[in-house]
Every structure is written in C-alpha cells, then in structure tokens.
Design a protein around this ligand. Structure first.
Ligand code: ATP
Length: 357
C-alpha cells in the first residue's frame, strides 16, 4: 500500500505510556491531520513515522515498504524518504534561501534548476533567493523550510505545528499557500496541530487523538457534524454544556430548548452540548422558527469577525451558568436586554454523561 501506514503503535517513556495501539493510514496524495490536546501523543507518533523516535511496538510502512517493525531493524530517517518540517524551521543559517532549497533537492531526479525557480516563484520568494535566514520574516522562513522539505520529492511530508510561530494574518496566508502547493504537487502529508480551524482547513482526513489513542477518524466535515463523543465535540472550540436527564418521549428539555435524542434510553443522565455558533438571533433567521428561546444578555463583546455573547435564561438571576453564543459580524445588544434565539439542532449533541469534563 502506498502513502503512510502505521499499525498497532504503542509507545512509553519510562513508566508513562503515551501511545496505545494506534493504527492509521494516510492515502497517497491526501493531507491528514492529527488533532488533539497538548500531550496526547501527536508529536511522538510523527517522530516514530520519521524514524526520530525508535519504534517499540507495531509497524510503519511508507510508500509501500516497511521502514520499521518492532523487533526488526529500522531504516534511519535519512533513507525513509520523508520530508520533515517542525516548529523551528531549522534552516541552515550560513546558506542563502536558494542554497537552502537546493540543498534539499539532494539526489532527486527532476530538473533541479527549473523546479527550484518555479517553487520560489510559487511561494513569492524570488526576490529573497540571495538572502540568509536571519534576513527573513518568520513566514518567509516557513516557506523556505517547506520548499526544502519538498525538494527531494519525499514519499510523505511530516509537519509538526508548522504554522505555530506566525501571526494570525500571516498564518492564514501561509497555510493556504502550503495547502495549494501540496495539492498541486500531489504530495502525501501528515500534519500535527492542536488548532481545529487549521486542521479543518488543511486536511482531507482528520484523526482525532486523545490520551494516546485515535478516537475518531474521517472526513473533517463529517467529524465536525457527527462527533462520536463529548470530547470530540468540544475539540472544535468552547462549547455550551448542560447536564440533564432524557425524558420519556426521547427528548431533552433545556434552557436552550427541547431537542430530540436517538439511541439513549429515557431516564439517562446526559450532557447536552450546544456549539456557540449554533445560536442564531431569531430575527435574522430566514424562516423564523416556532421554538425560539428568549435569553437575557449578560455581555456582548466584539471579537473582530464576530460578536461573543454571554446569555442567561430570562428568569435566571445567575450569571455564572451563562451560555455562550457567537454571532457573525457586529451585534451589540445592551446588557440586560432580552433577545430571541433559534438554536440549530445540527449544532446540538447529546451524549451519556461521563465523569470526564
Ligand atoms: P503538544 O501538542 O503539546 O506538542 P503532543 O500531543 O504532541 O503535545 P507529545 O509531544 O507526543 O504530545 O508528548 C506525549 C507525552 O509524552 C507528554 O506527556 C510528554 O511529556 C511525553 N514525552 C514526549 N517526549 C518525551 C521524552 N523524550 N521523554 C519523556 N517524556 C516524553
């Protein structure tokens, strides 16, 4: 099988097990992202794929050949045909942009000069070819590092938080360029991130990790729409959580409305999760819904492209249990005022309650 396959990978650092029987397959030409909270084992998995961390259990296949199998000899990183890009771009400080990129070409068979010229142009680096890394911005260094990693035509590109050092605007721009370059060149890539927006933007295939395990894998939109657990649902950003019990008619009644539930018996203690972007101001809904909920505004704060609202049940005097809404654009109702909301059921998830928050 081409692409990258990791089978039954387990790994410990001393007594701490950080990977527990992880298996994944990244198909040739696709970009996969490992998304999960800090410390869940993403980087360790990537380092094992690269050969930077010795394999303890399982098997790694790259481009259809076994590069590591527990108990057998491992291929060292330099002959695995992987391109690496880590948080620190690790450019050679004594080489210019052009020399850094050419260094990466190594023994590749393509026409080096032509490829380097078009790649520099593609990434907007033509005017910087003679500069040294310290004469570049973080975004420019990132682009040079990407080209150097792609230059030897690797079977797979492994990226660890490659955009984390960039400011918001530059980050969006560089990740778009990176995405387009990888897609146009048909590269296979596995990227680690803990930024859900980045993972959604970049990936064809999303792998959600939690405490050393892959807990959900698939198309990013499918995972966003159909998370398998409260943990996965809450990975995409802060989420409203209401504890309640399922009713006899198979629904849940909450301060944000009544929602239908499937597959959970009546009388079960559940967590109802409602994404802040699932609350819409009822006046602005195309088809004003009948089941609007009236909430009291605690605060309304503009956060650039959207407005963040804290809201409470109209009768509730408590603000500590406030719900959060994110309304596109500028919407600044006066604190204390009452606003009607429609809650989009597609942004509501109900799971049996677990001890974990
Ligand atoms: P982050 O998003 O913060 O980079 P991560 O999901 O990539 O986190 P890893 O870097 O893989 O997580 O680390 C997983 C666990 O293994 C962490 O608890 C970490 O402290 C531990 N760990 C990582 N490398 C080593 C090491 N060389 N020696 C001992 N423990 C390590």
């Amino acid at each position: 099988m081409t692409g990258l396959t990791m089978q039954g990978i387990s790994h410990s650092f001393g007594p701490q097990q950080v990977l527990d029987d992880v298996s994944l397959h990244v198909e040739q030409g696709l970009i996969a992202c490992l998304l999960g909270p800090s410390g869940c084992g993403k980087t360790t998995l990537l380092r094992i794929a690269a050969g930077l961390e010795p394999l303890q259990k399982g098997r790694v296949e790259i481009g259809g050949r076994i590069v590591a199998e527990a108990g057998l000899a491992e291929l060292p990183p330099e002959i695995r045909n992987v391109g690496l890009m880590f948080q620190d771009y690790a450019l050679f400080p004594h080489l210019t942009v052009l020399e850094n990129v050419k260094f990466g070409v190594g023994a590749a068979t393509r026409n080096t000069e032509a490829w380097v010229a078009s790649a520099l142009e593609r990434m907007g680096l033509v005017g910087f070819a003679g500069r040294y890394p310290h004469e570049l911005s973080g975004g420019q260094q990132q682009r040079v590092a990407l080209l150097r990693a792609l230059a030897p035509e690797p079977s797979i590109l492994l990226l660890d938080e490659p955009f984390s050092g960039l400011d918001v605007t530059r980050r969006a721009q560089v990740r778009e360029q990176t995405h387009d370059l990888l897609k146009e060149s048909g590269h296979t890539a596995l990227m680690v991130t803990h930024d859900p927006e980045e993972a959604m933007f970049m990936s064809d295939q999303l792998l959600i990790m939690d405490e050393g395990r892959v807990v959900q894998t698939g198309d990013p939109i499918q995972i966003y729409r159909h998370p398998v657990s409260a943990f996965v649902a809450s990975l995409f950003g802060p989420i409203n959580r209401i504890s309640t019990v399922t009713e006899n008619d198979g629904s849940v009644e909450t301060a944000l409305g009544k929602f239908s539930v499937t597959g959970i018996p009546p009388g079960t203690l559940v967590d109802v999760l409602v994404r802040p972007e699932g609350l819409h101001e009822a006046r602005n809904c195309k088809n004003p819904p009948t089941g609007a909920v009236r909430l009291r505004v605690v605060t309304a704060r503009p956060i650039g492209r959207s407005t963040h609202l804290r809201l409470v049940d109209e009768k509730s005097p408590h603000t500590e249990d406030a719900f959060h809404a994110r309304i596109p654009g500028l919407f600044l109702p006066t604190p204390g005022s009452l606003v009607d909301f429609h809650v989009d059921e597609a942004q509501v998830f109900v799971f049996p309650a677990t001890a974990r928050q």
